[in-house]
Design a binder for this molecule. Structure first.
Ligand code: ADP
Length: 210
């Protein structure tokens, strides 16, 4: 799943699991897990994440490598938030091959609107929104009952920095994948489109490519 922060990578990836039955791997969740657990790596990467910058390639590649080695990934997986740089893409090629890059194409105004009202589950990482994707019970995760919170990097001053980081370091990667004929574009210009509608579109693309 490729696209700027707030384009819906995590929201759709967690629902794609229902149709594809392969794990959803979010490197953002892996990063937050390390920070929450206070590991050595967590302490090293906390600052980058808080400022909206990318974590150094070697660290993130190692976290991903560890996550995709267990047997639950042998039948495939959905990557959300990885790769974000060309060196990460090259490292990924050494570990596995990818079938398709779903590019979530969403205008900046919508992204800022969504991220400034996003809520995330402290326990399982599921994503909600105060305005566009409300949980059934305020402040409580529909999926696991965990507590919902506003991520440190969903604060307005950090959102802009994350968009800059995306444009500078991650967007160029799209050309890399276009040259390899892997990119499928999914454009969405509304803030409150039902996730199921986009998920269906993505599943149709995947079926058609098989
Ligand atoms: P977003 O909503 O911005 O896509 P994520 O939850 O995917 O956010 O990631 C949160 C933070 O974790 C990023 O701002 C970055 O610091 C770090 N991170 C996640 N994935 C990567 C990656 N592939 N490379 C470097 N840093 C990453």
């Amino acid at each position: 799943m490729f696209g700027p922060p707030g384009s819906g990578k995590g929201t759709y990836a967690s629902r794609l699991f229902e149709g594809l039955r392969i794990p959803h791997i979010s490197t953002g969740d892996l990063v937050r897990q390390e920070i929450k657990n206070g590991t050595g790596i967590g302490k090293e990467i906390e600052g980058y994440s808080k400022r909206g910058e990318l974590v150094p390639d070697d660290i993130i590649i190692e976290l991903l490598r560890k996550r995709i080695s267990p047997s639950d990934c042998s039948g495939g997986f959905i990557l959300d938030g990885f790769p974000r740089t060309v060196p990460q893409a090259k490292a990924l090629e050494k570990i596995t091959s990818i079938d398709v890059v779903i590019n979530l194409d969403v205008p900046d105004e919508i992204i800022i609107e969504r991220l400034s009202s996003r809520l995330t589950c402290k326990s399982c990482g599921e994503i909600f929104n105060k305005r566009f994707l409300k949980p059934k019970v305020e402040g409580v995760c529909d999926k696991c009952g965990g507590q919902l919170y506003t991520r440190d990097d969903d604060k307005p001053e950090v959102i802009q920095e994350r968009l800059n980081t995306y444009r500078r370091q991650t967007k160029p990667l799209l050309d890399y994948y276009k040259e390899r004929n892997l990119v499928e574009n999914v454009r969405n210009t509304e803030a409150a489109v039902p996730p199921e509608k986009i998920v269906k579109q993505i599943l149709d693309i995947i079926k058609a490519r098989k």
